[in-house]
Design a protein around this ligand. Structure first.
Ligand SMILES: [Zn+2]
Length: 261
């Protein structure tokens, strides 16, 4: 069986991009590779077309694989490229250690992946407690998945126990698990509410989050100081207007309290 192989090598933003597409002879069932990297020293603007046999294809892989390997950059290589793209010299004294620092900061900012909320939301029996438990103004820092810049603010959490309660300090840790990921505020709010609802088995859950988004404030229309508010209600917080009203009036005291965004 013979195949049709297309190569194209383009230069973009100072690095080379090699695209390889392999198709069956009938034009169907193709698959492609795209390799971008500053280490690939290709020839600009070249387009080659080849017919190859199965044997040729393995030879082709022998040619492609080392390029793929050489093109796989480390995190710190990628940060150097980003620094260069700003117009800076990554070897300037003040910037030499920056890629390593960024890596350390990212490890912390995105340390929420792989952490299980169930592992921290251990409950204990408390049959006398059936009133709303509210924790206001839990600070959080997250990153918008569209621009990789921070959004940060306060989370207000509440639940009505159903015979079991959870340690209050666990609520802040729960928020961190989901905030330390690439997020949108709406999903973050829902994930916190669902984790509480699924693990505490309460009568209801309410979550309100208020945050400032740097992507919104510092670029484009630059809506400086605007605050985004999201909410997620579960169980009787959603079904019972009185419960919802009590929760929202408590949240209001948190929003207008000492802590200002
Ligand atoms: Zn954004």
């Amino acid at each position: 069986m013979s195949e049709r192989v297309y190569f194209s090598i383009d230069r973009c933003h100072g690095s080379y991009q090699l695209s390889i597409n392999i198709e069956d002879d009938d034009g169907g069932g193709g698959h492609g590779y795209r390799i971008a990297g500053p280490k690939y020293d290709g020839t600009s603007g070249r387009l080659l077309k080849h017919y190859v046999t199965e044997r040729d294809r393995s030879e082709l892989h022998a040619y492609i694989d080392p390029i793929v390997e050489a093109s796989e950059m480390s995190f710190t290589d990628a940060v150097r490229i980003m620094i260069k793209e700003t117009g800076e010299d990554p070897d300037r004294e003040g910037l030499q250690e920056t890629p390593g620092r960024v890596l350390a900061a990212w490890s912390e900012w995105f340390g929420g992946y792989g952490k299980d909320p169930a592992a921290i939301l251990k409950t204990f029996e408390e049959t006398d407690c059936d009133e709303m438990v509210v924790q206001l103004s839990i600070p959080f820092f997250s990153h918008c998945e569209h621009h990789l810049v921070p959004f940060f603010g306060f989370a207000h959490l509440a639940y009505i126990p159903n015979g079991r309660v959870v340690g209050l300090s666990k609520l802040g840790r729960l928020v961190d698990i989901f905030a330390r990921r690439l997020q949108i505020q709406e999903r973050l709010c829902n994930q916190v509410a669902d984790a509480l609802y699924d693990n505490l088995n309460p009568k209801g859950v309410g979550v309100v989050m208020q945050a400032r988004h740097l992507c919104l404030e510092s670029r484009g229309l630059a809506k400086t100081g605007s605050v985004t508010v999201t909410s997620a209600l579960r169980g009787n917080f959603k079904a019972n207007p009185e419960v919802r009203a009590e929760f929202l009036s408590l949240v209001k005291t948190g929003m207008t309290g000492v802590i200002k965004l």
